[in-house]
Ligand binder design. Structure first.
Ligand code: NDP
Ligand code: KAL
Length: 257
C-alpha cells in the first residue's frame, strides 16, 4: 500500500488525540505515502497532534488552525493551504459537536440553539469545507467524512447528532453531484463505536460496544486502523468509481435486525 497516495497532498481535519478517528486515518495515509496537512481547532489539539507526529516520525507538510463553525476561518485556512501546497488531492473531514446535555434524555427536548449548533459544526461544515477545498482540487480529488448509524436508525442518546448525521449523509450525495463535474468524489465512512474523546463520559457508550460484539456478523468491535484503511481506500484511485456513498465499517452491524 506504500504507493497508493505517494505525492498526494491530503488535508486531515479533526485530530484531538491518539484515540481520534482522524489519527487512525493519519497513520493509514502516512503508510500509503501521502503528504499530510492538518487542521485543528483547540490549541490543546495542536499540541497533542505535534507530539504524536513527532513520536511516529511523521513530518507534516503544514499544521493550520481552522474553526469549522466560522466561514472566515475555513476560507483563510484553505487559502493558506492552497498557497503553500499548490494542489489539494484529498480531504478528510472528521469533525462533529453537540452540547453534552442534548445527548441524553428525549430528542423531543432538543433546544433550537442546540439543534443549530450540532448542524452547524457537524453537517454544514462539510459544505463550507468542500466549497473552499474544491478551489485547490484542480486535478480532481476525494473528500471523505465520518458518520454513524444513528443517522439511519434511532440510537438511544445520539439524538440531535442523529439529525446532524442524516443531514451530513444527504450533503454527501448533493455535494458529490456538484463537484463530480470537477472529478472530485465525496463519500462517508460510517464507523462502529470507537472509544474517543467525543464518546467519553456520554451515557450508553458501553452498551453500543456490547451490542456490536454480540450481534455484528464479525462479532467484534472495529478499531481505528480498520476505519483508517477504508478512508485510505476512498481517498485512493482504487475507489475512482465510488461517489455519493456511505460505506459502513462496523463489522456488518448495520445489516442485522
Ligand atoms: P474526537 O473527539 O477525537 O474528534 C472530534 C474532533 O472534532 C476534534 O478534533 C475536535 O477538535 C473537532 N471539532 C469539534 N468542533 C470543531 C470545530 N468547530 N472546528 C474544528 N474542529 C472541531 O472524536 P472522534 O474521532 O470520535 O470523532 C471524529 C468524527 O467521527 C466525528 O464526526 C464523529 O461523529 C465521527 N464518528 C465517531 C464514532 C465513534 O464511535 N467515536 C463513530 C462514528 C462516527 P478540537 O478538540 O480541537 O475542538
Ligand atoms: C450513541 C452513542 C453514545 C454517545 C452519544 C452521543 C455522541 C455524540 C458525538 C458527539 C460528537 C459528542 C460531543 O459533541 C461531545 C461534546 O459535547 C463534549 N466533548 C468535547 O467537547 C471534547 C473535548 C471534544 C474533543 O469533542 C468534540 N466533539 O469536539 C454514539 C457512540 C456509540 C458513537 C459515537 C461517539 C459517535 C460519534 O458521532 O462520535
Amino acid at each position: 500500500m506504500t504507493s497508493l497516495l505517494s505525492g498526494k497532498n491530503i488535508v486531515v481535519m479533526g485530530v484531538a488525540n491518539n484515540r481520534s478517528i482522524a489519527w487512525g486515518i493519519t497513520q493509514s495515509l502516512h503508510n500509503a505515502g501521502a503528504n499530510l496537512i492538518f487542521t485543528y481547532r483547540q490549541e490543546r489539539s495542536k499540541q497533542k497532534l505535534n507530539k504524536l507526529l513527532d513520536k511516529h516520525g511523521i513530518e507534516p507538510r503544514m499544521v493550520v488552525p481552522c474553526d469549522a463553525e466560522d466561514d472566515q476561518s475555513i476560507e483563510q485556512a484553505f487559502q493558506k493551504i492552497g498557497e503553500e501546497a499548490g494542489i489539494i488531492h484529498g480531504l478528510v473531514h472528521s469533525i462533529a459537536f453537540a452540547n453534552a446535555e442534548e445527548l441524553q434524555g428525549e430528542y423531543a427536548d432538543t433546544s433550537r440553539d442546540g439543534y443549530l449548533l450540532a448542524q452547524n459544526i457537524s453537517a454544514y461544515s462539510l459544505v463550507a469545507v468542500t466549497r473552499e477545498a474544491r478551489k485547490y482540487m484542480t486535478e480532481g480529488g476525494s473528500i471523505v467524512t465520518q458518520t454513524y448509524i444513528g443517522a439511519e436508525r434511532v440510537v438511544p442518546n445520539y439524538n440531535v447528532m442523529g439529525a446532524a448525521k442524516a443531514a451530513l449523509e444527504a450533503s454527501v450525495r448533493y455535494l458529490a453531484e456538484d463537484v463530480g463535474k470537477d472529478d472530485i468524489r465525496v463519500n462517508a465512512v460510517s464507523a462502529g463505536p470507537l472509544r474517543t474523546l467525543s464518546a467519553k463520559g456520554i451515557a450508553g457508550f458501553n452498551d453500543k460496544v456490547s451490542a456490536v460484539e454480540e450481534k455484528a456478523p464479525l462479532r467484534r468491535q472495529v478499531d481505528q486502523d480498520q476505519v483508517g484503511d477504508v478512508n485510505l481506500f476512498l481517498l485512493s484511485e482504487l475507489a475512482r468509481g465510488v461517489t455519493g456513498e456511505v460505506l459502513h465499517v462496523d463489522a456488518g452491524f448495520h445489516t442485522v435486525a
